[in-house]
Design a protein around this ligand. Structure first.
Ligand code: ATP
Ligand code: MG
Length: 180
């Protein structure tokens, strides 16, 4: 822990489920943490397709917030993962391991990491090791559908976003500024 770290105790949170709001919730936490001067890193897995609004926002808070987005331009379907998907996810995870271990961050968000595990792009055991060995002051947030039971076991908090109703099913397409 360095003098610039603001959290005395960091926990492990998971946002999962099939309803909308997992990435949004993690970014809400980032917004709150920024207000207290926390240092934040967000690594977004499996997201090479779109320029998300949060990437632009991060430029405004560049001294305390970094967001990296990693993925191939194609939407990944289950069973159709490519070597390129695997390589990108694994190098992003290696970087996340290094950033967490550095202890420089109060809050680290690993967005869609559950999906990257589920799609066999990142090793479950490596994620478990990252959770177990994280610095005590670093808050770790892992998002994505289909969280593995071992990750639930290791987490301090697990919230499930459950779809009750979603406008997508009524034909409403994703909107810039709301979904991206
Ligand atoms: P968001 O990024 O909006 O907070 P999310 O992180 O909970 O959503 P993901 O599982 O990452 O959702 O889904 C990726 C995309 O699918 C996002 O554009 C998201 O808004 C959208 N989405 C999320 N849940 C649903 C749903 N139940 N039906 C249709 N689309 C959804
Ligand atoms: Mg998401």
């Amino acid at each position: 822990m360095t003098e610039s770290n603001k959290l005395s105790k960091g926990l492990v949170q998971v946002y999962t489920g099939n309803g909308k709001g997992k990435t949004t919730a993690s970014l809400g936490l980032v917004f709150r943490a920024l207000g207290h001067g926390l240092r934040i890193h967000v690594m977004q897995f499996m997201k090479g397709q779109t320029t998300y609004g949060e990437l632009e926002t991060a430029k405004i808070f560049a001294d305390r917030l970094t967001i990296e987005q990693v993925g191939t331009p194609k939407f990944i379907k289950a069973g159709q993962q490519t070597a390129a998907d695997r390589e990108l996810a694994q190098s992003a995870f290696a970087r996340a391991q290094m950033l967490v271990a550095s202890g420089d961050y109060d809050l680290v968000v690993l967005d869609e990491l559950n999906c990257a595990i589920d799609f066999n792009l990142v090793e479950l055991e490596a994620v478990k090791e990252l959770i177990r060995s994280k610095p005590a002051h670093t808050e770790l947030v892992i998002t994505g559908r289909n969280v593995h039971p071992d990750i639930i076991e290791l987490a301090d908090l697990v919230t499930e976003m459950r779809e009750i109703k979603h406008y997508f099913n009524a034909g409403q397409a994703a909107r810039v500024g709301i979904e991206s």
